[in-house]
Every structure is written in C-alpha cells, then in structure tokens.
Design a protein around this ligand. Structure first.
Ligand code: CA
Length: 423
C-alpha cells in the first residue's frame, strides 16, 4: 500500500498545481450546507469537500464504533480514538480518493452525495475547544516586544531561554475564520495620563500564530515524554490571537495578559494533520543554553511552513504586511506540550495551543502590527495612500500558510476576520 504522503499519489479529483489541498494533505474540518444544515466532518480535496459522515453511513469507512463519529459537530470524537485510528483512517481516505481506485471514483451516485464544492459549504469551528493556552515562543517576537515594553536591556526576561513561556487563555472565544471580531473595550492608562479610563481599544492588533490541536488526553499528575507528547498532537491550524495592545500594556503586570487577549482568537477551518506535515520537518534554531533534561529534543522538530499576512482596508485594497516561516520558533510544539504537562497539568482532547507570535529575524517577518509599526511610531503605507499603525474598523486581516517541496504544495487555507466597531 502506498503511504498517504507519497508524492506519486494522484486523485481522480482535480487539484490545481498550486492548490492547498492535494491528496497528500487531506485536512479535516466541520461543515454544513444550506440543504443539509447538520454539522458533520469532512476532508478537503482540491476544490471539494469529502463528506465523511456519508462514507461512514455507507460503511465505506468503518471505525469500529457503535456511534457515528463523523456525523458530529466537532472532530473531538474522532480525535479521542487515538493516533492508530487517525493513521488508518487517513490511509483509507487516501485510497478512496486515488485516481486508480474505482470504489468511489466509479460510483457516480455516491460521489454526488459525498463530494461537495468547497465554495458551497459553510465551515464551522472544527473542534470543541477544551482549553486554549497561548505560548510566547519566538525569540525575535519576545525580544521586539520586550524592547518596546521594557527597554533593550531587559528585553528577554531571565526565564525565557529556559522554558516555553505561556498563559492559560480563553476557549470560549475561539472562533472560526470568517467570524467578524468586535473591537473590544477595556481599561487603559496611556503614558502621561494621570488616571486610567475605560473605552474602546485604540491599539487593536493581530498575532500571527500556528495552533496545535491536542487529540489525546494526559493523566493529571503525570509528566509527558517527548514521544508521548508528539503522539498526542492531532494536527495544526493557522491562528490569529487578536490583541488589544493598550489594554495589555496597562494590565499585564504582574500576571500577564488577561482582557487584552480574551475577546477573540480566530483559527482556520481545516486541521492539517501532523502526519501530513511529516515531509516538511526541519531544524529549529539552536537552543543555548541547553534546556533542562525534560525539555531536550533530538532530530528535526520544527516545520518549514511559509506564512503570509495581508491587511485589507475597508475599501478592499490589500497589502502584504508580513511573510515569515514557522521554522523560526525557538521552542517546538512538542516542547510546549511537554512543558505544559510538566507540573502534572492534565491535557484534554480538544485542547488548543497557540505557538505564540511567529516573527523572524528580518523586518518583513514581523508577525504583529506592534512590531511592524514599532509600537505605532512607524506607520505602514497601504495602497491608495492610506496608512496604518493598528487595525481600524472595517479592516480585514488574513493569514495564509503552506508547505512546498519539489513534488507538491500543501496548504492550510486561510484564517481571516474583519473588525467591527465597538458594541
Ligand atoms: Ca499570542
């Protein structure tokens, strides 16, 4: 049997050469249609969605469960079945979609029911988010923010090089791409002001991140090894951790961000599996000093994953404001998960871990407006003469990500959101 990542594989479904969803990808999402509004699980292939609920009902995918796993409004039930089932299911879907396999290809009636145009479905949040944790693992981002908030002598806190710094965020406000984001209100105290005030955020920002979807639980009181943590990772999504910088600056001492990041986090609708990303592993930055033993890793632990950010003003004109790569992250996703469970903290099916803002060493690789406009002091030019330091009402921020080797391209689609005026 050919491995689902084999570059030789072709599908009977057409895939544009530069499309996000070749047969080697097979990302999972949750969708519905106007004529069939119940949410169910599907896989994106080319410009179509394969309805897994239909295939499961027809007995073409058998997971050995008494309850339907794919006729569900989230991927949590499927994820709970574990990595062996994830792998076997991906193989089965890959086989069903191959150009040289007749089972689905030659069943016109089933094809019509099970393959739907992507542009005619509504995508939903693909998982029931159990918990959301956000890390701070790009050295370039942490240094840039540190310089602006505390000066360059105290940019990187003394603990930063020894562990992945993070905080427990809000699962309740994680939303799928396309959901508008209302400008938050909050308490601020601008530099020079005598007293704090409460009102609409004036420094609304995005943060370019990847999200790790945890598909398996861990036991309270038990640490995780590198191997155990890796096996728990179901897949990855694009993530925008919307941030209110003026609220953040006033509230973040001593316990870190609270309301500044609690109002919305957007993710892309398609979860690209860890297995599909295997061919794109690459080395991360050298870690010095060497991490403590429980955090040590060998091998290639990062991913060569290109990331682009576009800002579209209300009038429709867009500018590329950042191009960077996930490979720059100092702490890997596995190290983040190992550290998260190191106190005995139990992880749950459906936990979402934000990587932290992904900036790179170059100026065009900065993953937030805070860094791009250097705290608002260097406005960026948009087409048509408009400028921006932070997001304005009516702006749309979109992030795209993809991997490419010399054989195929594998993409994440996008995560986009438009800013609405305050309530
Ligand atoms: Ca963040």
């Amino acid at each position: 049997m050919m491995h689902p990542n084999d570059p030789e594989l072709r599908s009977f479904v057409d895939v544009e050469p530069d499309g996000d969803f070749p047969i080697q990808n097979l990302p999972y999402g949750v969708f519905s249609t106007g004529s069939a509004p119940q949410k169910r699980v599907g896989v994106a292939i080319g410009s179509l969605v394969l309805d897994l609920a239909v295939l499961e009902q027809e007995g073409m995918i058998n997971l050995g469960t008494s309850e339907a796993v794919f006729a569900q409004p989230s991927l949590n039930a499927f994820m709970a079945l574990g990595p062996e089932i994830w792998s076997a299911t991906r193989k089965r879907i890959s086989t069903l979609l191959r150009h040289d396999q007749p089972e689905l290809r030659d069943n016109a009636k089933l094809r019509q029911r099970a393959l739907l145009p992507l542009d005619q479905v509504v995508t939903h949040l693909p998982l029931a988010v159990a918990g959301f944790t956000d890390f701070y693992s790009s050295k370039e981002h942490a240094t840039n923010v540190g310089v602006m908030f505390r000066g360059k002598d105290n940019a990187l806190q003394p603990n930063w090089l020894h562990m992945p710094i993070g905080y427990n965020g809000r699962a309740s406000t994680v939303v799928v791409s396309g959901t508008p984001v209302r400008r938050p209100r909050g308490q601020v105290k601008p530099p020079g002001a005598d007293a704090p005030s409460f009102g609409p955020c004036k420094r609304l920002d995005f943060e370019l991140e990847m999200g790790v979807v945890v598909g398996q639980p861990s036991t309270m009181g038990k640490m995780l090894t590198e191997v155990e943590a890796e096996a728990m990772i179901f897949g990855f999504v694009l993530l925008n951790d919307w941030s209110a910088r003026d609220i953040q600056q006033w509230e973040y001492v001593p316990l870190g961000p609270f309301q500044a990041k609690a109002f919305a986090t957007s993710i892309s609708p398609w979860i690209v599996t860890r297995e599909a990303l295997e061919p794109f592993r690459t080395k991360g930055p050298a870690q010095s000093p060497e991490p403590l033993e429980y955090l040590r890793q060998t091998g290639d632990n990062n991913y060569d994953l290109r990331l682009d950010v576009d800002l579209q003003a209300g009038d429709g004109r867009a500018a590329r404001i950042c191009s960077t790569n996930f490979k720059y992250m100092y702490w890997s996703s596995v190290q983040q998960l190992v550290h998260h469970a190191s106190s005995g903290c139990a992880m749950s099916v459906g936990d979402l871990l934000g990587s932290g803002t992904i900036s790179g060493p170059e100026k065009h690789q900065r993953g937030s407006l805070l860094e791009i406009s250097w705290g608002g002091s260097e406005p960026i030019a948009l087409p048509g003469g408009d400028t921006r330091t932070f997001l304005e009402d009516g702006d749309t921020l979109s992030i795209r990500g993809w991997c490419r080797n010399d054989r195929y391209r594998l993409g994440f689609g996008e995560v986009a959101g438009r800013i609405l005026p305050p309530d």
